[in-house]
Unconditional design. Sequence first.
Length: 279
Amino acid sequence: MPRRSKLQDLALFLVIIIGMAPFVYFTAVEIGAAEASQNNPEVDGNADPLDRYVENLSFGVGEHLQFDIKYGFINAGTATMSVERVIEYENRPCYLITSLAQSNSFFSTFYKVDDRVETIVDAIGHFAWRFEKNLNEGKYHAQRLIEFDQRQQKAYYKGDTAQVPLFVQDALSVFYYVRTQPLEVGRSIFVDHYNDGKLFNLEVKVLEKETITVTAGTFECFVVEPLLKSVGVFKHEGQLKVWMTEDRLRLPVLMKSKVLVGSISAELTDYKLGEIEVY
């Protein structure tokens, strides 16, 4: 079975963590771990290294997003993303965020998917503390856990310790962080991102504005494209585009990813807004 490309794995996790990507694999590409972003802030030795505040007017506890996942014109299943509650972690208020993906009865007859992804995100600085995913995809079953020590700038994965930049994101937290950021056509957001034992520098490029209609309604959107930076070259294998609402909510309305044969899409079908609080 061919391996998933890193762009498919990381970029799809950025926008939805839908877990349905295993239905179709990209050709394998070699993408090296990127160096830490040069924009990583210097920390005063006497200051709290986590002393960062990111304004969040986009999401809060109780938000629930529901998507239909399609492979071409075939409905393959559903996915959800939920901001479950605020918990205390590392003596700080944090969001517990989950994403579930399940294949429907038709698709499950030959490839059953039942995935759960969970992240703990700092509610003040909006960075990752803990990431866990439980994958059940056909005959493939796996559990993966990443724990971050943001103060010491370390990530722990499969018994290994990696040096990471301050405020590094995981595969799900990066999506929620991007939602808090101002978007402007022609400009990009760069985020350090750690996934499956490797550090990457992710560019989220804002391409244009577009009005689209999906099951959940009609929305004015920014169209963004996540790109991975590797050895100074942006790799475009497996193009992914995401439509995010132009308003402060930055709701993901539609995701489309081209694959070797056809495309995979995730369309917002229903949503419930959360209660936004200031921490």
